[in-house]
Structure formats: structure tokens, C-alpha cells
Write a protein that binds this ligand. Structure first.
Ligand SMILES: [Cu+2]
Length: 143
């Protein structure tokens, strides 16, 4: 089952409480399909997904995505590293930032999005002549 995580385990995504977001994330395993919940006062904070480089520098230019509802539910749709910061003033610099790795759950399709693309591609290809996968390849006789 996909899990839902309130980021930092605190009521709010904030810089006020000395929350160590690194510590929070390092004790968990995140899987594709899990959801992160960021709750915060929109006058004070927001959520930006950024690249690793921008995460390290607290660079707010060219974010991957920006969330501003104050109650953001972000589904983790891809595996690999994810980086989130608050773009307000110096909040990122004082520690309002979180990064973590996202894995595939055991038995989970390696990449649901890739599967969708693959299926679409196969649909297209089924209309065109293609090599039969059952046709013996040139090296089959040697194996
Ligand atoms: Cu903030």
C-alpha cells in the first residue's frame, strides 16, 4: 500500500521548530506511489521541488515544480533522488529543506510511467510490420 507522510512529522512545514528534515527522511524508505503532505501557512512558506544542485545552493531559480496551496499532497511518481525547499527568504538556508531517495516497492512495476509509454508504443507498433520475437536470431544456433 502506498504510504502518506507528513513531512517532518510536525503539524507544519516550517523553519521555526528546529526540525532536522535530513534526520526525518533518513529513517524512512520512500516508494513510488507514496505521498508527501506539506502543510503550512501560505503567507510564510511554499514548497519547491528543485534539482540537487539548486538544493545544495538554496537556489530558487528554475524549480522543477512549485506548490503553494498550504496543504500540498505530492505523489512521488518517479524513483531516484527528490529535493524540496521552501523559497521564502532564507528559510532554505536555515534548514527548511528535505531530500530523500525514492525506491520501487518490492514487486512494483519498475516504472509505471515507463510502462504506460511502452504500452502506447507497442500499440503503435502493432499496426506496423515488425520482427517477430519468435523468429530465430542469427546466433540462436550457437546457443
Ligand atoms: Cu518557509
Amino acid at each position: 500500500m502506498a504510504a502518506e507522510y507528513k513531512v517532518g512529522d510536525e503539524p507544519e512545514w516550517t523553519r521555526k521548530v528546529p526540525i532536522d528534515y535530513y534526520q526525518w527522511a533518513s529513517g524512512k524508505t520512500f516508494y513510488v506511489g507514496d505521498t508527501l503532505v506539506f502543510q503550512y501557512n501560505t503567507a510564510m512558506h511554499d514548497v519547491m521541488e528543485v534539482t540537487k544542485e539548486n538544493f545544495q545552493k538554496c537556489n530558487k531559480e528554475n524549480p522543477i515544480a512549485v506548490y503553494r496551496t498550504g496543504s500540498d499532497k505530492i505523489e512521488l511518481k518517479r524513483s531516484g533522488l527528490h529535493f524540496f525547499i521552501c523559497s521564502t527568504l532564507n528559510h532554505c538556508e536555515v534548514g527548511q529543506k528535505v531530500s530523500f531517495n525514492v525506491d520501487f516497492a518490492p514487486g512494483q512495476p519498475r516504472n509505471p510511467l515507463a510502462e504506460d509509454l511502452k504500452n502506447e508504443k507497442e500499440d503503435e507498433e502493432s499496426h506496423a510490420p515488425s520482427e517477430s520475437p519468435d523468429a530465430p536470431g542469427p546466433s540462436n544456433g550457437l546457443l
